[in-house]
Design a protein. Structure first.
Length: 382
């Protein structure tokens, strides 16, 4: 009986290894998934736009042969535990069962995240570590899913599927499973404003209108309160003090601009800034600005008779100045012409049978003197 007892342990070990080998081989041929169990640690946090958000995940391996447990509890015999470690770490994978090492749990897991539900535009994700090796039944791995989204993301909630693929000792893909993680963006307000007339020319003491389009590029319905800041005495307000706008919706708002009182303005520019306060974000958000140019004369009927009288008086003064200037210009032009004509007449040579004007005047004067002398002489004779 002693020789038989000597071979009892090796025979029992042979049948045990064969049974485990055949069981693992049949399971590996039938299984198509990676055979993992995943648990998300804690709650899934909301994704903050523009920042990587970590999500902790615990992955439990339920595939293959638990050779770690076998190496530590081999036949539950303290004297043979070293032999179990030798089998698991050296003899099986390196010497005897290299071609069959896949069925003994010498494998690795690779993690690849992708969006399986929702629009992937604007979303990014990664898993750290991206793979673990070696792994087998009973192993637990801690991985972290990092999610990032920007303000251009098309969907504010998506479902991420982490594709977990198991690779064999020889590099063959044995199967894949998915870990599903639904995520949602954190609430935030993101609106844009487009002003149809960024520069508006208006007269003084008047009321004008500027139209703008506000678009909600966030992911939640929002309520906006609009505020305007003006300078230089200009008053501005909105016809819609509060607007409710849905995600992706655009609404048109009208700003009423009242310019300062005055009759004439040469062309000054004033900037009007537009701010918004959201229900989701109580802090003021700068949306944009537009410029108002004031120039010209006022056409406001409320100006009154005083400004009209000043305008008519100014116009009359301008007309009189223009006429006086025209007369003075005509005199300056006509006087030199008369002097030149007289000089020319004096310098012209006298022709035969013609008498100059000066001689005619002298002759007339002599004739008067002669007649006066004749008249005096007659009176003395009487």
């Amino acid at each position: 009986m002693k020789p038989f007892r000597r071979y009892l342990a090796p025979i029992f070990l042979f049948f045990l290894i064969s049974t485990i080998f055949m069981t693992s081989l049949s399971k590996a041929d039938e299984e198509e998934g990676a055979l993992i169990v995943a648990n998300i640690k804690g709650s899934i946090p909301p994704i903050k736009p523009g920042a990587w958000t970590p999500i902790k995940i615990e992955v439990y391996d339920a595939c293959g042969f638990n050779w770690t447990y076998f190496s530590e509890e081999f036949l539950n015999i303290p004297g043979l535990r070293w032999y179990g470690k030798l089998l698991v770490w050296v003899i099986w994978p390196k010497i005897l069962f290299r071609s069959a090492a896949d069925y003994f749990g010498y494998s690795s897991l690779s993690f690849y995240p992708e969006i399986i539900e929702g629009d992937p535009r604007g979303w990014k994700m990664k898993v750290i570590p991206s793979s673990v090796s070696p792994t087998t039944d009973g192993y637990t791995h801690d991985i972290t899913l990092y999610v990032w989204a920007d303000k251009t993301a098309m969907d504010y909630d998506v479902t991420i599927g982490i594709k977990c693929t198991r690779y064999s000792f020889s590099g063959k893909a044995l199967g894949s499973s998915y870990i599903y993680v639904p995520v949602k963006l954190e609430k935030f307000n993101y609106v844009e404003m487009y002003v149809k007339q960024p520069r508006r020319f208006v007269p003084p003491w008047s009321t004008s209108y500027v139209t703008a389009v506000i678009t909600n590029k966030g992911y939640y319905e929002d309520t906006l309160h609009l505020h305007l800041e003006c300078e230089g005495g200009i008053r501005a307000e909105t016809e819609q003090q509060q607007i409710v706008i849905k995600p992706g919706e655009s609404k048109e708002v009208t700003f009423v601009i009242t310019t300062p009182r005055g009759f004439f303005e040469y062309g000054r520019s004033y900037e009007i800034k537009v701010y918004a306060t959201s229900v989701l974000n109580p802090n003021r958000t700068y949306l944009g600005s537009f410029v108002v140019m004031i120039e010209g004369l006022t056409a406001n009927p409320k100006v009154g008779g005083f400004y009209i009288f000043l305008a008519m008086l100014l116009l009359l003064v301008l007309v009189l100045i223009a006429k006086a200037g025209t007369r003075l210009r005509q005199r300056r032009v006509s006087r030199p012409r008369e002097v030149a004509r007289e000089r020319i007449e004096e310098e012209l040579p006298k022709e035969k049978g013609t008498v100059s004007r000066k001689e005619i005047s002298k002759m007339k004067l002599i004739e008067r003197i002669r007649k006066e002398q004749e008249r005096q002489r007659r009176r003395l004779k009487l």
